[in-house]
Design a protein around this ligand. Structure first.
Ligand code: ADP
Ligand code: ZN
Ligand code: ZN
Length: 681
């Protein structure tokens, strides 16, 4: 045991702290310790130990007596090593957080290791092993296996056999004694991939599924650390798993937003994977039917090796997609959609209706004075939930009794508009009497079990119509489905966010993938008020227009100077006091402008107007704002944003880093830092 420890804390302070080791409960680097920080009991991560007080601590000899002793060591085993610490320091540097905050996000929070729940055994051994790969699959697999350290993209529709390639690449790595991390957007034990992995690899796999308790998670983490598990499958944070001799990181559904963390540190698993590739020499394989624009562009430039999987190996055929204009249609279900659902039923087949909005209606407007109803804490409209008889804010949860009359002028001529899934449920009852249906959204499905049950029943054909939000859009495969109806393709399209179009496109394509997976007669009906918007138009024209969408969308991004052509760092200043948030953001702008001039001298585009060419080169950076965030108030916090845009990340990174360290925000203002933001709302 060494007498002095340097620890990191999960707080926004960028330094290590020195503690005295405990003789009763001594700690080593890589373990967590319980300590007092000031008067607060908290957890520290031991990163190094020393025989004498380290000079880097800046402590003078007369202060040595004040060094506190740790209370106890939490872990029995070593939880993290030098690699993990290096990754944490990189995270801190890249995502502009403290190394302690980074480490805190990387390692499990469980306190005591418990047995992980026993996973279902592998009764029927998997047969796909005997399946011969298609030529396209074979080519991709051969490239992946013979090019360690490279990044590969499998670009192909649902059912084109991407998963099979992922699984075989995993087998190959295991046979070479290498470990694998397999990332999926969200993971449950019933997820097809966990089932497949379990069947093929048994106990060699650790499945970090969403039902694990923190201590079970810790148990799995240690199994990985000890090398007992060689394969890890999990959502975003599984990218940090301490897999030994890492050979491959798989990122399934690469475009999925859930790979980006919504809290500090706001990391993107794709970016972290890229860093592990550099540090540990592993390969990366990603796949999707709808890549992010960034990935698509990297493939175009040849930075990522792309393989197209064009054939549906699952049988079936691409569905017929029909775009139906809602102009002049009464109610949310068009005659075409109603007819299609009825036809499916008459053939003993099923339908899925998709709407990305829960509740009954989400818009209240007085026809006399024009008053709309917004949350008292947020700049968002309240959603009427009929079953609960409440108007609820989806951002902060505040709720009120639905007013019968206008709260402003007392008029009874009020209008509830903008339908949600609850509203559609009534439409189903009206239009399809005698049909069985189930609604799946976070209101109707409160537990994981009830979700699993609804899905099981639908799979078994006991339900005619499945109505739901995002929850029904992702990764589910139902053999009996003939019709998929997108009730409103427009819900996300008009959001003031540069990724709105990309997301809408991806969602329609993904939802469409649920139809005709096993039968050749799948039908998708996409209802919209904006049939000519490229995101909707291209998605509706099917596979042949996928390329066209990316070409058009990237052209727009190029003109607007948004990623992938620039990089972004976003600062949100939030405060209960509007003035305080605004002032801080304005002051920040001055400081950052100066810092940028400092780090990028002489590079600004400041020629007098007359001397400029017709298309002057854009400056290497730009600061946008401060401006109110589109969601200007959330939970009573006023929000202002500053957006740093750089042709290259390093240009804006340096200034942002100095700003974060040097700027002293007023007590009542909190700054959210987001590098490569996924959304600007
Ligand atoms: P994706 O991940 O692209 O959606 P999957 O890998 O899940 O596609 O494959 C879809 C279906 O096709 C699965 O049922 C899988 O077992 C089957 N499949 C995959 N590869 C082959 C193959 N080479 N021959 C026959 N069936 C295959
Ligand atoms: Zn609210
Ligand atoms: Zn009114």
């Amino acid at each position: 045991m060494r007498p002095y420890l340097e620890v990191l804390l999960d707080i926004p302070l960028y330094q290590t702290f020195v503690y005295r080791n405990s003789t009763e409960s001594p700690a080593l680097p890589g373990q967590r310790v319980e300590i007092y920080f000031g008067t607060r009991k908290t957890t520290g991560f031991v990163v190094t130990d020393h025989d004498t007080v380290p000079k880097s601590s800046g402590l003078e000899e007369k202060d040595f007596g004040k060094i506190k002793t740790i209370r106890r060591t939490i872990d029995k085993e070593i939880l993290f090593d030098r690699n993990t610490i290096s990754l944490a320091y990189w995270m801190a540097d890249y995502y502009l957080c403290s190394p302690g905050e980074a480490l805190g996000a990387m390692i499990p929070s469980g306190r005591r290791e418990t047995e992980t729940s026993q996973l279902p055994g592998s009764e029927d051994f998997y047969s796909a092993r005997d399946k011969s790969l298609s030529t396209e699959q074979q080519e991709a697999l051969e490239y992946i296996n013979s090019n360690p350290g490279k990044t590969t993209y499998l670009f192909g529709i649902t059912g084109s056999g991407k998963t099979e390639v992922f699984l075989r690449a995993t087998e190959e790595n295991i046979s070479r004694g290498k470990g694998v991390i397999y990332l999926v957007p969200e993971i449950s034990l019933t997820h097809q991939v966990s089932v497949d992995i379990k069947k093929r690899f048994g106990d060699k796999a650790a499945i970090l599924h969403s039902a694990l308790t923190p201590s079970q998670r810790l148990g799995e983490w240690l199994r990985i650390k000890r090398g007992e598990a060689l394969i890890v499958i999990g959502a975003r944070s599984a990218v940090f798993a301490p897999v030994r001799n890492l050979g491959l990181i798989i990122i399934d559904e690469e475009h999925d937003q859930s790979y980006k963390s919504g809290n500090t540190p706001r990391y993107n698993a794709r970016q972290v994977a890229q860093k592990r590739k550099v540090l540990e020499g592993c390969s990366i394989v990603m796949g999707s039917a709808t890549p992010s624009c960034e990935a698509w562009y990297q493939c175009r430039k040849g930075e990522i090796k792309e393989f197209r999987l064009t054939k549906r190996l699952s049988g079936g055929a691409p569905p017929e997609i029909k775009c139906v204009s809602l102009e002049g249609v009464e109610g949310p279900l068009s005659p075409e959609l109603i007819r299609a659902v009825k036809e499916a039923k008459s053939q003993g087949r099923q339908s899925i209706l998709f709407l990305n909005r829960r509740g009954f209606s989400h818009f209240f407007k007085c026809r006399s004075c024009g008053k709309t109803l917004t949350c008292k804490n947020c700049s968002a409209s309240m959603t009427y939930h009929k079953s609960r008889k409440r108007m609820i804010c989806h951002y902060c949860g505040w709720s009120i009794k639905p007013p019968g009359a206008c709260p402003s002028c007392g008029s009874l001529d009020v209008n509830y508009a903008g339908f949600g899934t609850e509203f559609i449920e009534e439409e189903i009852q009206k239009n399809f009497s005698g049909y069985t249906y189930r609604r799946i959204d976070t209101d109707s499905v409160q537990t994981k079990d009830s979700l699993a049950l609804a899905i099981k029943e639908f799979k078994e054909g006991k339900i005619d119509i499945l109505l739901g939000t995002q929850m029904v859009a992702k990764g589910l495969n139902f053999p009996g489905v003939q019709v998929v109806g997108v009730i409103s393709a427009d819900t996300g399209l008009m959001l003031p966010d540069f990724r709105a179009s990309e997301r809408t496109f991806s969602l329609i394509v993904q939802v469409s993938g649920r139809a005709g997976r096993y039968f050749p007669d799948g039908k998708v009906i996409v209802q919209t008020f904006m049939p000519s918007q490229p995101a909707i138009d291209c998605a509706c024209r099917g596979e042949k227009a996928i390329e066209e969408f990316y070409t058009k969308e990237t052209a727009v991004r190029a003109v607007m100077e948004f990623p992938p052509f620039t990089r972004l760092i976003r600062f949100v200043f939030r405060s209960k006091k509007q003035e305080a948030a605004l002032n801080a953001s304005e002051e920040a702008k001055y400081i950052i402008s100066d810092l940028l001039k400092d780090t990028c001298p002489g590079e600004q585009n400041m020629q007098p107007a007359g001397l400029q060419e017709e298309n002057p080169p854009s400056p290497p950076y730009e600061i946008l704002g401060p401006a109110e965030c589109p969601l200007a108030v959330l939970s009573g916090n006023y929000r202002y944003q500053l957006l740093l845009k750089g042709r290259e990340m390093k240009t804006i990174h340096k200034a942002a880093r100095r700003f974060i360290r040097e700027f002293k925000a007023p007590q009542n203002v909190y700054i959210e830092t987001d590098v490569d933001p996924a959304s600007l709302l």
